[in-house]
Design a protein around this ligand. Structure first.
Ligand SMILES: Nc1ncnc2c1ncn2[C@@H]1O[C@H](COP(=O)(O)OP(=O)(O)O)[C@@H](O)[C@H]1O
Ligand SMILES: [Mg+2]
Length: 268
């Protein structure tokens, strides 16, 4: 059973966010919050404004009005680097792996955000730096194993199929020890077995207490991991609540879930 939301502390709070591009209102007065320790799914048809919302929250696009708070701190208009440093870590809809690095090295890059010893100590390979490197490597290997990428860890990341690159990007984001993870369509382009690996990883993430906001079209996946679902349509929130309530909302059925719910024939 998913945990109730009422007692949770607000992690991310989005208030009245607006952003348009030319004449197009991509984000129209969007407000919602993601309590710490929960998984929220952000769903909606293509062009609904999901990626724009991620860009607004992570400092890649500036809002024209409205505010964003993370753990009570106002982060509206802060740089992407500053927001990442607060522990708000995202992935992109199209995977971005580092070319020239192996799968394992790509995963380890994420962890270097929080390594404590100085770059100089790493350069001359002091024992403390070697210990940290080893710990980082072990953590990366364990996470790669969860998503089935352990056996290709020495392959160049760009040689992996797109689905595997997307899983790798989630692993790299996790290696940064995020307080909150924003995943933009992590299951897009994944086959069934990769999707099952991703679902296992998302549950593992949730169980370690990391807060997650995930854009996802796969309703079975959404229903199996999310405590809260926010539905966007044409830039506006048309529903927000627990998965069962949102699924039953007539506006949502009309706007988006109808066909999916019919195809799916019930809860997974
Ligand atoms: N940088 C941009 N310039 C112009 N239009 C944009 C830009 N980013 C997004 N849009 C437009 O905003 C709308 C919402 O896009 P997006 O946030 O990518 O939707 P989603 O992720 O829900 O599919 C789309 O019509 C898209 O074309
Ligand atoms: Mg998108």
């Amino acid at each position: 059973m998913n945990a109730p939301l009422v007692h949770s502390r607000p992690g991310l709070e989005v208030r009245n966010l607006c952003r348009s591009f030319g004449g197009l209102q991509a984000t129209a007065d969007v407000s919602f919050s993601v309590p710490f320790g929960t998984v929220t799914a952000l769903v909606g048809p293509n062009g609904a404004g999901k990626t724009t919302l991620f860009n607004l929250v992570t400092g890649i696009v500036r809002p024209q009005s409205g505010e964003v708070f993370f753990d009570g701190e106002r982060i509206t208009g802060a740089s992407a680097g500053r927001i990442a440093a607060l522990g708000l870590i995202r992935t992109f809809q199209t995977a971005r792996v580092f070319p020239g690095l192996t799968v394992l090295e790509n995963a380890m890059v994420g962890g270097h955000r929080r390594v404590r010893t100085s770059p100089f100590a790493h350069m001359i390979s002091l024992p403390s730096a070697r210990r940290e490197e080893r710990a980082l490597r072990e953590r990366a290997e364990a996470m790669l194993d969860i998503v089935g990428l352990g056996r290709v860890r020495d392959t160049h990341a760009v040689e992996l199929p797109m689905g595997s690159q997307k899983l790798l990007e989630v692993v790299r984001a996790l290696m940064a020890a995020p307080r909150m993870l924003l995943l933009d369509e992590p299951a897009a382009g994944l086959n069934d077995s990769e999707t099952a690996d991703l679902a296992a990883l998302l549950r593992a993430i949730r169980d370690t207490g990391v807060t997650v906001l995930v854009v996802e079209h796969n309703m079975a996946l959404v229903m199996s991991v999310a405590e809260q679902v926010v539905v966007l349509e044409a830039g506006a929130v048309i529903a927000c609540g627990d998965p069962d309530a949102v699924r039953a909302d007539p506006r949502v059925i009309r706007a988006y879930l109808g066909a999916e719910a019919d195809n799916q024939g019930g809860r997974p």
